[in-house]
Design a protein around this ligand. Sequence first.
Ligand code: HPA
Length: 245
Amino acid sequence: MGLLAIIGGSGFTSLPGLVPLETLAVETPYGATSASLIRGELGRGEILFLPRHGADHRLPPHGINYRANLWALRAAGAEWVIGLAAVGGITPLFAPQVLAVPDQIIDYTYGRAHTFYDGTSEGVEHVDFTEPYCESLRQALIQTAARLDEPLIPRGTYGATQGPRLESAAEILRCEQDGCDMVGMTGMPEAALARELGLCYACLAFVVNWAAGKSGSVITMKEIEENLGLCVERVLSILKAVAAR
Ligand code: HPA
């Protein structure tokens, strides 16, 4: 396995247990990354870590420079990228505290710099995105979780919404009718940009709330934070084991 990068989302502004070896401020043609990259040891494996929302969690989902982040990770040698994602659960199996490795994605975001082929480079390549996630990394996550006896749903469609507000109940119903199982705000354009760069990218999602209209009550940050806290250790144990492969 080539060098693994982990992009941390909500709940993972830092990666507990990561022993830093080097901080890398990477210049990119697309501007600044969310934060400096950290090269470090996670368990028995060496990884790169990048907090998607910045080291102090200040960047909203639509304000993240996804192009700079992916470009910098590849420039620093990453071949594999795991995007961590706190999500809302839509379909019945995707209850709070469930972990999942999605296999499909629908993009509802807008106005984000979503491609490296923006007219400034030579030519346009229409990358294949039939299977939006890298199957070998998906399988590494799924098999690692199985080995650790960590329950995880090995599939699911991730709906990427614009945020930063949560959705209306009708918007979630539309996502569900479209086939979404979970909803988050950062899955795109991250997955597509990784594909354009030839990176092997997969998402490790953890459900932190029932999506709007799915629980009969409003969604609170307290609920989200509590569920997030209960997912952190399980996510970390999977990441450590994947990093050691
Ligand atoms: N909607 C969108 N993004 C999210 C949610 C949600 O309900 N929960 C966590 N990220």
